[in-house]
Design a protein around this ligand. Sequence first.
Ligand code: NAD
Length: 350
Amino acid sequence: MVHQAMRSYGHEQITHVEDEETGLEAIIAIHDTTLGPSLGGTRLLPYESHDDALRDVCRLSRAMTYKAAASDLDLGGGKAVIRAGPDLKTPEMMAAYGRFVDRLGGHYITSVDVNTGVEDMDRIAAETPHVVGTSAGLGDPSPITARGVFAGMRACVEATYGSPDLTGLSVVVQGVGKVGTGLVELLVDHGASVTVSDVDEDAAATLARKHGLETVAPADVYGEPCDVFAPCAIGGVINDETVPQLECDIVAGGANNILEERRHAGALRERDILYAPDYVINAGGLITVAAEHTGKRREEARREAVAIGDRIRMLIDRAEEADTTVLEAADAYARERIEVAEDGPIPAAD
Ligand code: NAD
């Protein structure tokens, strides 16, 4: 299974680690280090089988390669999974895991993900320097992620309506957690007419009251007429059921894995809806931890996240030239960066 996974996903290294004393069972997957050391969070979940965990870590680490490459970062893609329920996590287990990360000599840098947090990264940091997202780091990346999503949304608005000005445009934000709330505040500041929606209806109502916004019930969010639909909650929200319901010109939001399947990018394009690839527009989080790794300040990370707007604009132009989706253009851009780096610097002309 490991060899098959490595071949089909193109991984450089997959390491299975176990520590009997602490009950640790983890897989660390390094997908590609052409552009730099691999960086990606450690996800802790009670996977039913080793194969389930392997599949997940392979998929997630490959996605990190594309995310870093498309974000102009000198980083590769990696990810790790620990096979355990959150109730089984102990400080000793995280320390043991940190020692395994250390043995990889910096080819893999870890960070927070589902069911791992700042405290866990602090435990790992006691064993290895190859960790970001610690309490000594740059802090919660969510406001910077929201900043990047906002910049990317403006680029989509400019490509669609001829000006990046959001004044008077209607935006529906699905999910008003850390990223969604940050985005709503930026949109309100820039004169957009915002409608919010959340399964936590109290959270949506509180934010709506604070800024004088409309709310829409979670079940009705897809059919709500607007200029921009911004998914900032969960994955898979653009699917066969929701694409026909959409009444917007643009889908641009912070959630991961917005499309249920890749083909839904094409389905949106067929409906003339511009889709900003999630892994490009929501890269502010990765940009923040990458900045932490290279010793940059939060302000620099924020500036780099604002540049997501230029990147989205460039990808929209490339997609138009190639008569394809922006997602295809983003993937091609990421692959190009890796291919150029593989061939090394182009020799100077005589
Ligand atoms: P969060 O947990 O703070 O907020 C998520 C919000 O979505 C919550 O308010 C929740 O009630 C709501 N929600 C859940 N299911 C919903 C549904 N079906 N319909 C409507 N609302 C629903 O999470 P967050 O950090 O704001 O992240 C939001 C999304 O952005 C996630 O997909 C995350 O993976 C992605 N993301 C976050 C960051 C970051 O820096 N936090 C970076 C990149 C990507």
